[in-house]
Design a protein around this ligand. Structure first.
Ligand code: THU
Length: 158
């Protein structure tokens, strides 16, 4: 029977990360402060490193009409596109804060975010490294955002 394996790295401490990954995670943490999340109170901060070395930050932005929430991941992709049109994002760090609990494991991007991250990789033919962390706990690193979306819908079918 066919089977699928997803490979990722799990680090137990920030000090185990590369300097670049740690720096990006710190930028994602700083971005939490700007989260506009008065309805869920759940903050998501993201930071992207572009292929030209620039970094940009993004965060979740909610709306009284709940389905219109903008997740931090597409927000940072849009910020990156506005900053440097045509330049791919090569790494993305994401972290979260909850008012209800200490989030002690990485928060994975939602399905819609995965689809958008995979589109970005396909469009630029470039892998996007994902660095995910909760408030505490392990840090997961995926070499490619598409690793989180096996059997995802692809524009190649259209
Ligand atoms: N959220 C994100 O920003 N990214 C995700 O991948 C999942 C969820 C936000 C949307 C909403 O503002 C809050 O987290 C709670 O769902």
């Amino acid at each position: 029977m066919p089977s699928l394996t997803i490979t990722y790295e799990a680090f137990s401490a920030l000090g185990d990360l590369t300097d670049e990954d740690r720096e990006l995670l710190k930028l994602a943490e700083a971005a939490l402060e700007h989260s506009y999340s008065p309805y869920s109170n759940f903050r998501v901060g993201a930071a992207a490193r572009l292929a030209d070395g620039q970094t940009v930050a993004g965060w979740n932005t909610e709306n009284a009409a709940y389905p219109m929430c903008l997740c931090a991941e597409p927000a940072v992709l849009a910020a990156a596109a506005a900053r440097a049109p045509g330049v791919p994002v090569v790494s993305l760090a994401v972290t979260v804060r909850s008012p209800r609990r200490i989030v002690d494991r990485p928060a994975s991007p939602c399905g819609s975010c995965r689809q958008q991250l995979a589109e970005h990789e396909g469009r630029f033919r470039s892998k996007m490294r994902l660095i995910l962390r909760g408030q505490t706990g392990p840090i997961y690193v995926f070499e490619s955002a598409s690793d989180l979306l096996p059997f995802g819908f692809s524009g190649g079918l259209l």
